[in-house]
Design a protein around this ligand. Structure first.
Ligand code: SAM
Ligand code: SF4
Length: 426
């Protein structure tokens, strides 16, 4: 989502006559788009800003965008006095005006209002990937997970109208994009604010029916709003990728309740059973947080048991990171850092074995891949399957760059924990 925000910021500024350069050294204006989901990401921003401090004296202008900007606000000017612009994502439509203020001699310009009904729609987006295009369909979050800054940094939920999402997808298909990825903090909480009143499953289906669109992905789905109609839509339309990212965070009901996740383990497992009983083989991935305040060894073991039970195709795992403004800050029984590290390693080791087994099941099958790149040193092409697995493959046709962006059938010959290897089927 942050990467796509950057694409929209670049598109907006380029349309106003700015030119994008390759390095911060070559720029007159340097904008940092930031993430504050965990403390480490936030620290990185201030470290990077320090690196370029001296450049400010030479006339370079620095701005901080995104969640750290929204969270820290004007405090950023104190921590990094060479910064002259601070703007959260809800204010990006006003960026050109803010830059005019700076050019007119303004020294500290801010855009921190969150009370906007606007979504960040822009006619100009400079997309990095020539085949896959992101479309934000819902912004912000109305949940209040005890550990999470998103509701504070991205504001309340706002959905785009179905007509504007459909128009953007049709335009992208006409421009030659074949894969669309629908984005939202809780993408499946989408609710069309205009009269057709589409829910997420309907929008997903309609996007998958647009001529020229071969793949539709979506992220992230919140388990509470994950309904059976989404699985039925995937079953019925092959253009909808057979992959669902469904973050569980913990396998313990006690921890789920403390996190205020709004579902129990059983409710989550019911959604998993819908996915597993689908006609198509749907890959399931998740997010796990270890070391949430009060997480006992028994709670943690329930998370490990859940991994065994679900057999995820992949997961992102994180050590709990205390964040400003969140409810979990006041909770007692903090877990020491070394213990969080131990639990994280255990999750990752357990999952590695599961992934190796899951990936091995694909050996011998033929999978359609979108060709995304080439690994020159290995002499292999890099493809992605509908299930979102990386499949590196050799192709007798050789080294023709025109293969990029094509869809090819590849037979899987080997499996590792993180990727597959194969040969194209001629
Ligand atoms: N809205 C999605 C959901 O609720 O499933 C998740 C969006 S969040 C930007 C991405 C992931 O970051 C979360 O699923 C969670 O695992 C992780 N995360 C969020 N806050 C965290 C924190 N304070 N410490 C560690 N991990 C965190
Ligand atoms: Fe954060 Fe929870 Fe909202 Fe996801 S649902 S963005 S974890 S508050």
């Amino acid at each position: 989502m942050n990467a796509h925000d950057s694409e929209k910021v670049i598109g907006t500024l380029v349309s106003k006559g700015y030119t994008q350069v390759d390095t911060p050294e070559a720029a007159e204006l340097v904008l940092y788009n930031t993430c504050s989901i965990r403390d480490k990401a936030e620290q990185k921003v201030f470290h990077r800003l320090q690196q370029f401090k001296r450049e400010a004296g030479k006339g370079k202008v620095f701005g901080v965008l995104g969640c750290v900007a929204q969270q820290e606000g004007e405090k950023i000017f104190e921590k990094a006095p060479h910064v002259s612009l601070v703007a959260g994502s809800a204010s990006y439509t006003k960026l050109p005006e803010m830059l005019v203020q700076l050019e007119a001699g303004g020294r500290r310009v801010t855009g921190l209002s969150l009370d906007t009904d606007e979504t960040f729609e822009t006619p100009f987006t400079r997309r990095d990937n020539p085949h896959r295009a992101y479309i934000t369909i819902i912004e912000g979050c109305d949940k209040s997970c005890a550990y999470c800054v998103v509701p504070f940094t991205r504001g309340p939920e706002r959905s785009r109208t179905s007509a504007s999402a459909m128009d953007e997808a049709r335009r992208l298909a006409e421009e030659g994009y074949t894969e669309i990825q629908l984005l939202g903090q809780n993408v499946n909480s989408y609710r069309d604010p205009s009269p057709p009143g589409w829910d997420f499953a309907t929008l997903l289906t309609r996007i998958g029916e647009i001529p020229g669109i071969r793949r539709v992905r979506f992220t992230t789905s919140h388990p509470r709003d994950f309904v059976k109609a989404i699985v039925e839509a995937i079953d019925e339309n092959p253009a909808l990728c057979n992959h669902v990212h469904l973050p569980v965070q913990s396998g313990s009901n006690r921890v789920l309740a403390a996190m205020d996740r709004l579902y129990t383990r059983d409710e989550y497992m019911r959604r998993i059973s819908w996915l597993k009983s689908a006609r198509r083989n749907i890959a399931i991935t998740t997010d796990i947080i270890v070391g949430f305040p009060g997480e006992t060894e028994a709670d943690f073991n329930e998370t490990l048991a859940l991994l065994d039970e679900v057999q995820y195709d992949s997961l992102f795992s994180f050590k709990y990171s205390p964040r400003p403004n969140t409810a979990a800050l006041a909770m007692g029984d903090k877990i020491p850092e070394e213990e969080k590290t131990r639990r994280l390693t255990m999750v990752q080791e357990r999952q590695r074995a599961i992934q190796l087994r899951r990936n091995s099941e694909a050996v011998g099958t033929v999978q359609e891949v979108l060709v995304e790149g080439r690994n020159q040193s290995l002499g292999q092409w890099i493809g992605r399957t509908s299930q979102n697995r990386t499949l590196n493959f050799s192709h007798a046709g050789g080294n023709d760059e025109r293969l990029l962006g094509q869809y090819l059938d590849v037979r899987v010959t080997r499996a590792g924990p993180n990727s597959l290897v194969g040969e194209s089927v001629m």
